[in-house]
Design a protein around this ligand. Structure first.
Ligand SMILES: Cc1cc2nc3c(=O)[nH]c(=O)nc-3n(C[C@H](O)[C@H](O)[C@H](O)COP(=O)(O)O)c2cc1C
Length: 312
């Protein structure tokens, strides 16, 4: 009997749906026992988010300051053949409750020497978050063997409007007569992600070693190389503003509010000016940077890759 732990935190329920679809073949497999750990912070985050609180979360998210967590169901001496960490991205970082779990003594005991697959569902910027995830996992002594990333179907530019409007209003649908498209991951992508659970079940049945080949050839991720530099630039900005805000007071401190409003204005201007300009500039210099960017793309796509040769 193989034992699998699925750890997840979702606010709207989208990630829960994706994670459940992903593991359904393991639930159906009589030779697999699946343990479901639904993470809960001690104080729930709101959904939909009030505008100021949404931005007030960014300094702690970026600096990986964990929220206080409600007790976990999983115990320190529980061991698993595979752990699936399903997470959403907050400000280019794994969402607070996932960090709260991964920095706990429980995670350090449970994940030690254990293969881990990460499953991301976010707007479309997950590269820096996954680098942080790799460090968190390695601090637990875990071995990352797979990564699947699903992004919002609206696309890079339009999801700048659709995703924030979803998390700030709770309404996922199209708005302004379709000018802002519906938010979230496409239905067909969610439906198709049981292929990963199928593959895991298949590999378990052969008793093969679980390594980085686990989810290869299934179109697990697709890195849009145009966002590599933008994510790094945005993250540098987050660190500077985040440091300033953390020095003013803790999350929720009213003294942070004026700086937050200034920051929100800066961020909106940054998104509307710098990001399109840098994408344009990168398109212009693309012929000269092609080889380096391709190398970076391949590196960020590790370990599962974007190839689809094993899809039926
Ligand atoms: C506070 C906050 C910050 C977010 N930051 C990012 C981000 O940096 N990159 C990204 O791609 N998505 C970001 N998102 C979108 C989420 O990753 C996710 O798609 C959305 O919150 C829905 O998750 P859920 O349905 O599982 O709760 C953010 C969402 C929230 C609430």
């Amino acid at each position: 009997m193989k034992k699998v732990l699925l750890i997840q935190f979702s606010q709207s329920g989208q990630l829960t749906r994706i994670a459940k679809k992903f593991v359904q073949p393991l639930v159906d497999d009589p030779n697999v026992e699946l343990v479901f750990e639904n993470l809960e912070p001690a104080v729930a985050y709101p959904f939909p988010w009030p505008f100021v609180q949404f931005f007030d979360t960014f300094p702690e998210s970026v600096y990986l300051d964990p929220p206080k967590m409600a007790p976990f169901t999983v115990r320190k001496n529980d061991k698993f053949d595979l752990v699936i960490v399903a997470y959403q991205v907050w400000f280019l970082s794994p969402a607070g409750p996932i960090v709260g779990f991964l920095q706990s003594d429980t995670a350090k005991a449970v994940l030690n020497d254990t293969p881990v697959v990460t499953l991301i569902a976010c707007r479309n910027m997950w590269l820096v978050a996954q680098e942080k995830m790799k460090t968190l996992l390695s601090d637990c002594g875990a071995k990352l063997v797979g990564n699947v990333a699903l992004i919002d179907e609206a696309g890079g530019a339009l999801s700048f409007f659709s995703t924030p409007s979803w998390v700030l209003t709770g309404n996922k649908g199209a708005k302004l007569g379709g000018l802002i498209p519906a938010a979230g991951v496409a239905e067909h992508e969610i439906e198709a992600c049981d292929r990963f659970g199928d593959r895991i079940s298949q590999v378990f049945s052969t008793n093969a070693v679980i390594d980085e080949t686990l989810l290869q050839g299934l179109g697990a991720v697709n890195v849009n190389e145009r966002y590599i530099a933008s994510e790094h630039t945005a993250h540098r900005g987050f660190k500077i503003w985040g440091k300033l805000l953390r020095s003013v007071g803790p999350s929720g401190d009213p003294k942070r509010k004026p700086i937050l409003l200034l920051y929100a204005t800066f961020l909106i201007l940054f998104i509307c000016t710098f990001i399109p300009l840098s994408v344009l500039l990168k398109a212009l210099i693309a012929p000269f940077t092609k080889a380096r960017v391709l190398r970076q793309k391949q590196q960020f796509e590790q370990p599962s890759g974007s190839s689809t040769e094993n899809l039926v």
